[in-house]
Design a protein around this ligand. Structure first.
Ligand code: FEH
Ligand code: ZN
Ligand code: ZN
Length: 346
């Protein structure tokens, strides 16, 4: 079968021919219908040797949907033919967190040389992907594959981040979404579908604010030197109740701290490498709370899929055949993808 493989650190991924895997024990073979590209893939490809615990070669692709093609003799979960999305953050499979479907916070994470499908283990940018167990699959019914795949990371990560700050988002509150790309545009939709908060989007790109508006944001503002003042003015001077930062550089972290209402929540989702100094006493608002959410849980993925099937979520995608993977990666690098790029192996 054809697969997009990372063969060595610092090398561009290459489309190559590999053996189609055969499921053993509890494994499930999934015929891939769609695989999304994520900025993390670029970090993985560019990552200097040693930055990540993975050991190439492996197939990329951590946002995967398709249908069950074959089952190992001990497999449980979806039947052959069932359409599914892959829950991507695979943990050890046996700790309390993994058993609860919280592989994203596996207790043995430090000892694993993978983060999940396509991240140290063979992923979904291929015709087939081998999944270790049926518990990593969530049925999608008739949800289109190019929608389901990005929902397993861009959708799930945004949903999990919103869940972490949800208690701060009661009636009459304001949520700010910084960075409206593949994840941010879904965060706006999730906030609109599951909270009564006013949603304000912030980005440096005019077109991202248009995407935010299409996604349901009540207002948008370009990131400039006076953005904190503008945001505070929009909240009658009190500040923003929760900030979801999908960029995570020093400028966005400082903006978040600057606009936050006392007792507010900041969730840093983007891996922009920014720094914020925590000091007490200091200049952060009293009651300031910060979280660093990673991906999401399996039950949350089922909730995201249910939301999408109800019509509340729509992923903006650009679709490419598997053979156009190099072009899709180039476009992603250049910031020339509107929404999420998705490869279709069929
Ligand atoms: C995966 C691996 C490491 C960092 C971040 C990611 C995300 O794309 C998953 O949400
Ligand atoms: Zn990702
Ligand atoms: Zn575990």
């Amino acid at each position: 079968m054809r697969a997009v493989r990372l063969t060595a650190w610092g090398r561009e991924p290459a489309l190559s021919e590999v053996e189609r895997p055969v499921p053993r024990d509890a494994e499930v073979l999934v015929r891939v219908e769609a695989a999304g590209l994520c900025h993390s893939d670029i970090h993985v490809i560019d990552g200097p040797e040693g930055a990540l615990p993975y050991r190439p070669p492996f197939t990329l692709g951590h946002e995967v949907s398709g249908h069950v093609a074959a089952l190992g003799p001990d497999a449980d979960g979806p039947a052959v033919g069932e359409r599914v999305v892959v829950y991507g953050p695979w943990g050890c499979g046996s700790c309390a967190r993994c058993v609860a479907g919280q592989d994203n916070y596996c207790d043995r994470r430090r000892g694993l040389n993978w983060h999940g499908v396509g991240l140290g283990r063979d992923g979904g940018m291929a015709e087939y992907v081998l999944v270790p167990a049926g518990r990593h699959l969530v049925p999608i019914g008739d949800l289109p594959a190019h929608q389901a795949a990005p929902l397993s990371d861009a959708g799930l990560t945004s949903y999990h981040a919103v869940n972490g700050v949800r208690h701060a988002l009661r009636d009459g509150t304001t949520a700010a979404v910084i960075g409206v790309g593949g994840l941010g545009h879904l965060a706006v939709q999730i906030l609109r579908a599951t909270t009564t908060s006013r949603v304000v989007a912030v980005d440096i790109r005019e077109e991202a604010l248009t995407l935010a508006q299409r996604s349901g944001a009540h207002a948008g503002t370009l990131m400039r030197t006076d953005t904190a003042r503008a945001l505070r003015a929009r909240t009658g001077g009190v500040g923003v109740d929760a900030v979801l930062d999908f960029v995570g550089n020093t400028a966005t972290l400082e903006l978040a701290a600057d606009v936050l209402r006392p007792g507010g929540e900041v969730a840093v989702v983007g891996s922009g490498g920014g720094q914020l100094t925590v000091r007490k006493p200091g200049f952060l608002p009293p009651g300031f709370r910060l979280s660093l959410p990673f991906w999401g849980t399996r039950p949350e993925l089922a909730e995201v899929i249910a939301l999408a099937r109800s019509g509340a979520l729509h992923v903006e995608t650009e679709q490419f055949p598997l053979s156009a993977a190099p072009e899709a990666f180039d476009r992603l690098r250049q910031g020339r993808v509107a929404g999420r790029a998705v490869l279709l192996p069929a």
